[in-house]
Write a protein that binds this ligand. Structure first.
Ligand code: NAG
Ligand code: NAG
Ligand code: NAG
Ligand code: NAG
Length: 501
């Protein structure tokens, strides 16, 4: 297709958007790496629905999240701001955390609600529970919520079934806390959540939400962050033992199955041509789980590190008729989703310092990115050490490197916990186009100007960065752990219930 034709499509896109605001479906994987999907080269994963999205949509090769761990990455996705601004650091939130994503942060759901969108979330929140559910999704712009409000390993799991008929979950998960709750809105419906049936409930909930919104001719936003590919993996009857890739593959396949169900519902309700579906994941694979962890493909290390494997993710944008099938190498980020959805919905941006840039030129014209840089914060950002690495164009400079427990067990010694924090002066410099695996430091004086330029960009960025008070640093209070029978004893084991959804 010629560029005129593409420009024509872009015009239609804009006109179309004005006539009737598009729907958004945002799908988020968990500890899913760059190399985990069939459409990103994994030889034994079975992801037919994601592969279909990728074949008929736009596949991103250079898409980044803002943190190599969960909660901060989610905070940045939903606010379009680095987690350092909202205070979601260091590490992740716990069931008993006192803090959470501050309520004065504006989420994508809140941006879209200002334009009359109906909003729902199904799955993993991990941005706080708080006293009386003060930080739950329902307080951050989501009209409807079904899910486990944090990681599904943040509660003992050795007695729970992860695969049918009664295969116990692999490992023990976190001990000494309540088992994980399944919440509907602000109410605990099940504790512990039933991993064999949860995905069916998620799929039904998502489909029902789409049907109701379509029936009422309301534009909608569905956010579906899955738990599946995070440890411990699980899958129900329909997918257990069905993949070529063992428990991880089965869990991934069940996740993919729900994506298929969502697409099917979008078709049946005749809204598929007016819906942007966007897929990516929160951070790199947890390599320490060995074959039960994900895979970062040709990228170096994984979860917990600021190497590419920790923060570069598979991403796909799909909108039949408006986004042409293809591949983009444009530099882009989860930070850019909020500004993009806001632009397409005709909503105004929150009046705060945003770090995202809208990417409609990439989506509709296969054009260049407005994004020049990507900053890599470690799991424990601090003003003292600031960003560990910076990407500028095709170059990446590492000022600090460090391995991580999450990335243990690979033969590459740089990924290990015992690869202690190391300062690089001059910074290590890689050409990520020629050397995506970060193997070959660019040496010699020819590269001095690139190192200097990146250091200037880093300093300019740092000058705009105001660290919010650490929400995770506010500590824990065990009485905040969600319990469906709050008066029971002895805790945490007495918190049990199972009511109809
Ligand atoms: C939210 O409130 C806190 C505390 O008052 C403040 O420091 C922060 O800047 C506010 N954030 C936004 C996005 O307004
Ligand atoms: C798991 O089951 C064992 C054996 O029935 C029991 O002793 C233990 O208390 C259970 N643990 C939890 C966390 O439920
Ligand atoms: C969506 O558009 C395609 C053409 O681009 C058309 O074939 C299809 O029928 C449309 N689907 C719906 C549900 O409107
Ligand atoms: C990387 O290259 C720079 C520039 O030539 C050099 O000064 C530095 O020692 C190299 N670092 C390593 C770890 O090889």
């Amino acid at each position: 297709m010629g560029s005129k034709m593409i420009a024509f499509f872009a015009l239609i896109a804009v006109a179309f958007v004005r006539a009737s605001p598009p729907n958004f479906v945002l799908i988020f994987g968990d500890d899913l790496g760059y190399g985990d999907l069939g459409c990103f080269g994994h030889p034994s994963s079975l992801t037919p629905n994601l592969d279909r999205l990728a074949a008929n949509g736009l596949r991103f090769t250079d898409f980044y999240v803002t943190s190599p761990v969960c909660s901060p990455s989610r905070a940045a996705l939903l606010t379009g701001r680095y987690q350092t601004r909202s205070g979601i650091y260091p590490g992740v939130l716990y069931p008993s955390s006192i803090g959470g994503l501050p309520l004065n942060e504006t989420t994508i759901a809140e941006v879209l609600k200002s334009k009359g969108y109906s909003t729902a979330m199904v799955g993993k929140w991990h941005l706080g529970v708080g006293a009386n559910g003060a930080y739950l999704p329902t307080r951050q712009g989501f009209d409807n919520y079904l899910g486990i409000p944090y990681s599904h390993d943040q509660g003992s799991c050795q007695n729970l079934s992860c695969f049918p008929p009664d295969v116990k979950c692999f490992g023990r998960c976190d001990q000494g806390v309540v088992t994980v709750p399944l919440m509907l809105g602000d109410t605990i419906k099940q504790q512990p959540a039933d991993f064999l049936k949860i995905e069916k409930s998620y799929g039904d909930f998502a489909s029902q939400f789409i049907r109701v919104a379509a029936q009422n001719e309301r534009p909608f936003f569905l956010y579906y962050p899955s738990h599946h590919t995070h440890y411990p993996q699980y899958a129900g009857e329909e997918y257990a033992g069905k993949s070529l890739r063992g428990p991880f593959g089965d869990a991934l396949m069940e996740f993919d199955g729900t994506i298929g169900k969502i697409l099917q519902t979008l078709m049946e309700t005749d809204v598929i041509n007016n819906t942007l579906v966007f897929f990516t994941s929160d951070n790199g694979p947890e390599l320490m789980r060995r074959s039960r962890g994900g895979n970062s493909g040709l990228l170096k290390c994984g979860k917990g590190t600021t190497y590419e494997g920790g923060m570069r993710e598979p991403a796909v944008a799909y909108w039949p008729g408006l986004i042409q099938p293809g591949v983009t190498h444009a530099l882009s980020s989860s930070l850019d989703i909020l500004p993009t959805f806001a632009k397409l919905a005709g909503a105004s941006l929150p009046e705060v310092q945003l770090d995202g840039v809208e990417m409609t030129n990439i989506l509709f014209n296969l054009g260049p990115s407005k994004r020049e840089t990507m900053f890599y914060y470690p799991t424990d950002p601090s003003e003292k050490y600031s960003v560990f690495a910076v990407r500028w164009g095709k170059y990446k400079a590492h000022y600090y490197t460090r391995g991580a427990t999450h990335s243990e067990t690979t033969p590459d010694q740089d990924c290990s916990l015992f690869a202690f924090q190391k300062y690089h002066d001059p910074p290590l410099l890689f050409d990520l186009e020629a050397d995506p695996s970060e193997n070959y430091n660019l040496t010699g004086p020819d590269w001095d100007p690139v190192r200097t330029k990146i250091t200037v960009l880093k300093e300019q960025f740092e000058a705009t960065m105001v660290f919010g008070e650490s929400e995770i640093g506010k500590g824990k209070d065990p009485t905040l752990e969600p319990c469906c029978t709050p008066e029971c004893s002895p805790k945490p084991d007495c918190c049990r219930c199972n009511s109809e959804l």
